[in-house]
Design a protein around this ligand. Structure first.
Ligand code: TRP
Length: 337
């Protein structure tokens, strides 16, 4: 069976944008393929500590798994949930791959450049981030790795490292993850899904934005979230249509409306076609977001920690088996065993 693998960092709260744009599509994908694929969903806690963590990391980890469950993930016998730091093979393969990767290619990673630019102290962890990520993927021979566009470069690096190792030993030690374009096709994503900042809709909604009105956090009071929608930036066209380029504010609202109600965007677009009253649209989206958050938060509260720990125990048992078998193959190839 082929493996689909993904993880989301847990540095703090998620925005509605992270949730609708990354986590929910992942859950749909997992539920659609859990009969004939292994679904590995892991918490990259070692990646999380490369920078400051907001709040309590242990709590963030448990909460992030509850997010998947509250979003509707159906955990069947092919779904494995585990913590990166609880499967030591990740760190061990990370080291071996460090001896395969070179400084030049890692220095060219956009994420590294952005995070290190102008900084006096740059952690080695930030530099090495993509190599650990390659280990996360290659240990499980994962074919599909749903990630945001900002991570595509890391998938390409993973392919390159795998090819290098396979060539060096003239053996198919690692399965190559699919090329990023093929990944996007498999996932049925057009790559366009990005919830925008409510105040500056040209930008992506971001947790790090200074303005509270720009972003909706999953933990926001639902009524406050509704107010944020009411004060969202729009435009002066007085025409409700989906045009991310010229009317990003209105288009963003249409997109949010579709996602929180789980209906196709096209349906929302045609419902509002020809309308001109932005206030009506905002009112509707505000109500939808409020109801969505109320329902989601209630669901989250109902999931006991015990369920999460049970899933982790089973997932980590499995992950340790699969990952240590692969690690052992690699260690033998490098003549370490
Ligand atoms: N880099 C991913 C992110 O920032 C998280 C991640 C770490 C990941 N290792 C991974 C995702 C392996 C997919 C596969 O969200």
């Amino acid at each position: 069976m082929e493996t689909i693998l993904t993880g989301i960092r847990v540095n703090g709260e998620l925005t509605l944008g992270n949730f609708l744009g990354a986590l929910v599509p992942m859950v749909r994908l997992a539920n659609a393929h859990n009969k004939n694929h292994n679904i590995n969903i892991f918490v990259p806690d070692l990646h999380t500590i490369i920078s400051d963590v907001d709040g309590d990391l242990q709590k963030n980890i448990i909460k992030s798994i509850k997010y998947y469950l509250a979003a509707g993930l159906e955990p069947n016998e092919n779904v494995y949930i585990y913590r990166q730091s609880h499967v030591s093979a990740h760190s061990e393969l990370n080291w071996i791959l460090n001896c395969v990767a070179n400084m030049g290619e890692l220095s060219r990673m956009t994420q590294f450049k952005e995070k290190s630019e102008g900084k006096e102290h740059v952690g080695v962890g930030i530099f090495d981030y993509p190599v650990l990520m390659a280990a996360d993927i290659l240990l499980y021979d994962a074919k599909y790795v749903p990630v945001g566009e900002d991570q595509f470069q890391h998938i390409e690096l993973t392919r390159n490292l795998a090819i290098r190792v396979n060539n060096r030993f003239d053996k198919e030690i690692f399965t190559l993850p699919a090329k990023t374009l093929d990944q996007a096709k498999f996932m049925g994503l057009d790559g366009g899904l990005r919830i925008r900042d409510l105040q500056n809709p040209e930008k992506k909604m971001s947790k790090s934005s200074k303005s509270e009105n720009s972003k909706i956090m999953l933990s926001d009071d639902p009524k406050v979230a509704a107010k944020k929608i009411m004060s969202a930036t729009t435009d002066s066209e007085a025409n409700i249509k989906y045009d991310m380029f010229n009317q990003p504010g209105i288009s963003n609202l249409l997109q949010i409306e579709a996602l929180v109600n789980n209906v196709p965007l096209q349906e929302v677009i045609s419902t509002w076609a020809g309308e001109s009253r932005y206030g009506d649209l905002k009112q509707k989206v505000a109500e939808s977001v409020q109801t969505f958050l109320e329902t989601f938060q209630a669901k989250l509260d109902l999931i006991p920690d015990d369920i999460v720990y049970e899933l982790l125990e089973a997932g980590e048992n499995y992950a340790n088996k699969v990952a240590s078998a692969k690690l052992s193959t690699v260690q033998k190839a490098f003549n370490l065993r």
